[in-house]
Design a protein around this ligand. Structure first.
Ligand code: S3P
Length: 165
């Protein structure tokens, strides 16, 4: 089976969907952020605070290469920041973009304090969102809209979309 890579902005539900998708397919899944935290024994927010985003991005590039043996991988929202990550994903699997509106993400992450790049003012958040959306769109093999849908239906849509790959 090819690896199914879930991409999308922070708060688009990648980790939740990865877990449910793997359960439905009776297979393994991993979240690149969890993998990085376990490997380096440090929280993502601390990597940003202590070493900076550049270091985190290097960890992320490596982590993605190291998890390709899993059937389902949920990626960090910034996976689109390095073109190399798309080579890794295209070489080993299919890319599913979980498309979520800015309004929905803002609602879901209203009380979130764990995401360094969400801990910014509203204009910076909008700028980041608007810069990344075309990148997710460009690289996705499949796009699944998540607004107003329950997890179960999103998982079904993904399974239907990737049938035969
Ligand atoms: C990031 C998203 C986070 C995490 C890190 C950076 C980003 O993952 O990798 O805080 O640049 O969008 P989630 O998309 O799972 O929140």
């Amino acid at each position: 089976m090819k690896t199914i890579y879930l991409i999308g902005f922070m708060g688009s539900g990648k980790s939740t969907i990865a877990a449910e998708l793997a359960k439905s397919l009776s297979t393994s899944y991993i979240d690149t952020d969890d993998y990085i935290e376990n490997k380096h024994e440090v929280k993502i927010a601390d990597i940003f605070n202590v070493s900076g985003e550049k270091v985190f991005r290097r960890y992320e590039i490596l982590a993605l290469k190291e998890v390709s043996s899993y059937d389902v991988v949920s990626t960090g929202g910034g996976i689109v920041e390095n073109e190399e990550n798309f080579n890794t994903m295209n070489d080993t699997g299919v890319i599913v973009y979980l498309k979520t509106s800015f309004e929905e993400i803002s609602r879901r992450l209203e009380n979130d304090t764990n995401r360094p790049l969400w801990d910014n003012n509203i204009n910076e958040k909008i700028t980041l969102y608007e810069r990344r959306i075309p990148l997710y769109e460009k690289h996705a093999d499949y796009v699944v809209v998540t607004d107003h849908k329950v997890v179960e239906d999103i998982v079904k849509e993904i399974i239907d979309a990737i049938k035969g790959v």
